[in-house]
Design a protein around this ligand. Structure first.
Ligand SMILES: [Zn+2]
Ligand SMILES: [Zn+2]
Length: 212
């Protein structure tokens, strides 16, 4: 799988470009302030992007949606339970003293109807509320393989967990999402978080101080 990760200040939030090395189809995950770097990676790999997938709607994960959608002509996906946050992105910016532009409306909400595909890969969406009501884990699997690669947004980090003091957050719900949804994947599963370096499910099970 083609996998590019970019992050810029002030939030150092990870945005991702994923692509199928055979068909050159791909997805963009959580375009934020690093959107120009993500678009450069799309171009460099010659990818066609039909879908922009959001793990949740906090402002650091969505400020590049309008730019990415305009450049790629792709559909934007979100969990329905985070739409109130997405619609309030300008106000979220004000909380941090930042001027944020409104973003284009969401095109599709995740549902249980099956996977979103790009080339030989498919993305299964798992609802993981707690950090916010509509947080999801995107589990990306190649045809014929069983262990996915996870994109977990701000639910779980290497050595830490997501904050739960923002609107709609719940620490009890967050821990349930991690234990019941994320920890159900094999220990070898690689995890890419919304901030910081990648980790694995097994490493977080063994060493994450919030989950012992
Ligand atoms: Zn967040
Ligand atoms: Zn974040």
């Amino acid at each position: 799988m083609i996998l590019e990760r970019r992050a810029v200040d002030p939030f150092f939030k990870n945005g991702f470009v994923l692509g199928c090395e055979e068909t050159r189809e791909g997805v963009v995950i959580d375009p934020g302030d690093e959107v120009e770097e993500l678009l450069a990676a799309v171009k460099q790999h010659g990818l066609a992007i039909a879908n922009i997938l959001l793990t949740h709607a906090h402002l650091d994960h969505v400020t590049g949606v309008g730019r990415a959608k305009a450049a790629l002509g792709a559909r934007v996906w979100l969990h329905r339970d985070d739409n109130f946050l997405y619609d309030a992105v300008v106000q979220q910016g004000q909380m941090f003293g930042l001027r944020v532009d409104p973003q284009p409306a969401i095109d599709a909400f995740y549902d249980a109807k099956g996977a979103i595909r790009f080339g030989r890969y498919e993305v299964h969406v798992h609802h993981t509320p707690g950090h916010c009501p509509g947080g999801v884990c995107l589990a990306v699997t190649r045809e014929g393989e069983s262990t996915p690669t996870l994109f977990v947004g701000d639910t779980l980090f290497a050595g830490s967990i997501g904050r739960t003091d923002l609107p709609g957050g719940s620490s009890e719900t967050l821990l349930q999402s991690i234990r019941n949804v994320l920890f159900a994947f094999p220990d070898s599963t690689v995890v890419y978080s919304g901030h910081g370096e990648p980790t694995t499910i097994g490493r977080e099970k063994r060493t994450n101080p919030f989950l012992q």
